[in-house]
Design a protein. Sequence first.
Length: 268
Amino acid sequence: MKKVVSLLFVAGLFLAACGNSATTTKESKSTKQEIAVSTPGELSTLDSAQYTDVNSSDMIGQISEGLYRLDKDGNPELAMAKEDPKVSEDGLTYTFKLREAKYSDGTPVRAQDFVYAFQNVVDPKTTSSSSHRMDIFKNGEKIRNGELPVDQLGVKALDDQTLELDLVAPAPFLPEILTGTPFMPKQEKFASQKGKAYGTSADNFVGNGPFVIKGWDGNNESWTLEKNPTYWDAKNVKLKKVKVQVVKEIATGVNLFNVIQAEVAHPL
């Protein structure tokens, strides 16, 4: 099935790439399963603690994945969380069991990677514009204001596959909150080694999402997303490659709408 497709925005790309159909036609088997899309702005970073723009946030969402992800209807569903969490009677403590998953470099995703990532966001030294998002956790606001050390944040790794979140107040919409970009895990060893260079280019990033970013040097206006073979739900990622081009002019975007060709295995 050959279609002409252009996306003036990359948001929702993962939903277009994933499907749950168990049937495959001869036609879909023969397709290349590659698309070309346009996005209205450049990337500033791949660091979930440092992004300040929608374009970077959306791209991080294609190459990283948190405890929950959004389904095709925009509702949260389990992602890195293997099952629904155990919630304490007072509604303040959530205990998550993580599914077995790997980063694109083959290393396992651990509960400590979530702890490291959340602490990195709230740490005043990081100067993250998203630091206030960690106020939902115990001591989050005090840490953000420099009154407590980051290791006092209400986020603990009980073991490699068990993550405990201690909240300041019951949060019935916690699943929706945890789909947000600041709540993505970071491979602690890799991120620590890269330091300030982490997320500044494709080579300085490792993620656990459905795609791997290739060809972004931190400044260029085109790059590629390739299917991540180590992704836990790779069997449901239909697209093999996504070519992304920054298009800032509306007229150019309209032109691309008319000419970009894409081959996909299911309707977008």
